[in-house]
Design a protein around this ligand. Structure first.
Ligand SMILES: Nc1ncnc2c1ncn2[C@@H]1O[C@H](COP(=O)(O)OP(=O)(O)O)[C@@H](O)[C@H]1O
Ligand SMILES: [Mg+2]
Length: 473
């Protein structure tokens, strides 16, 4: 067992990456490609070969022979590490595989990750700068870092290996994944949210996505620095928030809706009581009175699920000053609307839509689905009176995010909610390098909201409508 093994370990494991001399005979190592780094995610050069995987699974198998894997989590990590080290050495000797100590250490770490953790995902999970991990298939793992999606050299041995890791994640939360239950929505110990889908629903094998908890959320200062918005537009939005204007943030997937919601909701005065409702807690508000709710997916027997609608209703009974709903995508729209029309002003949410007008059509459809008794006309009137401002965010073709419209609701015309721009990003062209050129500018319309700001005693900078900002020109 492990205890005995410690005595037999010849070499103490060195920290990963410690430079070490090659073992005799390693200099002329054959074509086998050396695994180069402990964190393959950080190196494009590191490419793992099949032989390497084979070796790892052999070590793994041998290890299971000598270790009581079920008990492994209760054995101190260092002891497991040295046990693995011993198995690795023995195996390499038996097989006459030349390997440097650094390479050996790497293999020990990886087998350790496999035994104690989530295998190939571990090095990615250790890097705080990674915000999303997207496993499209066992051999295609993408990460998102600072808003940029990139392919990593990380891979699983095969579909079965990936499935095994997914099962491990799901088992941690006392759930199961199999043909009868091929979709999972679970949470890692660190709060990250995991979604997995396996065959028969996923055609090419299991796939997995992990949205990190506590990942860096881009601040409004960063949004100004990277020209997502110009300073006067942000000042205008801040004033609207302070005046308890209900704001809808609209955009496509990954366009930056949640990021914008987070940035904008930080302008809510700190003495207000805020309740946030999300499917995955992403918002990071700094105010004093913040209560965070998160939905819960149903269990195996489709029981126990709590959706946004139920949470909105609960929130309303808890005397909130504001309710912030991460993303409005269903029946909760109706409860939000009723809340906004009965005194919880200044609430905010996001919606998946391509333009401010489209955002209202979507909301209308969601509310109709929730309650077919309410006539469309009434819904439109309530929407128009509750929501004053729409912020449209967009991910442009060069990958940059922009607030492309800040629009004001002006009322109902021809069975539509009419909006007009107050600010916009006007696209002008594209540079030779493919960067979008354009200009943030005021539309020329004096917003009706100014009256509300004046009544609320909220001051706007004198130049708020005079500034414009060129981008890539
Ligand atoms: N203004 C921005 N500048 C740079 N990156 C951004 C910006 N807004 C969002 N991102 C990045 O884009 C990704 C998706 O953003 P998110 O706000 O979650 O989008 P959505 O809620 O629309 O799906 C995140 O990784 C985020 O860090
Ligand atoms: Mg979002």
């Amino acid at each position: 067992m492990a205890a005995k093994a410690t005595e037999t370990v010849a070499k103490a494991p060195r920290p990963a990456g410690t430079p070490v001399a090659k073992r005799p005979g390693a200099a002329n190592a054959p074509e086998r490609e050396a695994p180069k780094e402990r964190h393959p995610a950080t190196s494009n050069a590191a490419r793992t070969t099949d032989r390497y995987f084979e070796l790892k699974s052999e070590i793994h198998k041998k290890l299971i022979g000598v270790l009581d894997v079920d008990r492994v989590s209760s054995i101190p990590k260092e002891r497991v590490r040295s046990e693995i080290g011993r198995v690795v050495e023995k195996l390499l000797d038996d097989e006459r595989v030349p390997m440097t100590t650094a390479e050996q250490n790497k293999i020990v770490e990886e087998v350790l990750d496999e035994v104690l953790g989530l295998g190939p995902l571990e090095p990615l999970l250790k890097e705080a700068s990674i915000s999303d991990i997207l496993v499209n298939s066992f051999d295609k793992v993408f990460i998102e870092r600072q808003g940029r999606l990139q392919l990593t050299p990380v891979r699983f041995r095969d579909n079965a290996h990936l499935l095994h890791i997914i099962e491990k994640i799901v088992a941690q939360v006392g759930r199961r994944v199999d043909e009868a239950q091929p979709i999972v929505d679970a949470r890692l110990k660190d709060g990250s949210r995991v979604n997995a889908i396996i065959p028969p629903l996923a055609l090419d094998g299991p796939s997995l996505s992990i949205r990190r908890f506590g990942r860096h959320v881009i601040t409004s200062d960063e949004m100004i620095a990277n020209k997502t918005i110009m300073p006067t537009m942000l000042q205008f939005l801040a004033a609207c928030v302070q005046a308890k204007t209900t704001i809808l943030i609209s955009g496509g997937t990954g366009s930056g809706k949640t990021t914008t919601l987070n940035a904008v909701s930080r302008f809510i005065p700190s003495d207000e009581r805020i309740i946030t409702i999300e499917d995955t807690a992403e918002l990071q508000l700094q105010q004093r009175h913040v209560i965070k709710f998160e939905t819960r997916p149903p269990n195996l027997n489709k029981e126990g699920g709590i959706n946004q609608r139920q949470l909105v209703r609960t929130a309303l009974r808890m005397r909130p000053d504001r309710i912030v709903v991460g993303e409005c995508r269903g029946a909760e729209a109706l409860d939000m609307l009723q809340a906004m029309n009965t005194g919880v002003e200044g609430s905010m949410t996001t919606i998946h839509a391509n333009s401010p007008r489209d955002a209202f059509s979507r909301l209308e459809a969601m509310i109709l689905m929730a309650d077919l008794e309410i006539p469309t006309k009434v819904i439109l009137q309530q929407l128009a009176s509750a929501i004053k401002m729409v912020v449209q965010v967009s991910r442009l073709q060069d990958g940059s995010r922009k607030i492309i419209n800040i629009s004001e609701v002006i009322g109902i015309q021809h069975d539509h909610i009419e909006v007009r721009d107050i600010f916009r990003f006007r696209r002008i062209g594209v540079t030779a390098e493919g960067k979008v050129q354009g200009r943030f500018e005021w539309s020329g319309e004096t917003p009706a909201i100014l009256e509300r700001l004046r009544i609320g005693g909220i001051k706007l900078p004198a130049n708020v409508f005079d500034e414009a900002q060129d981008v890539n020109i």
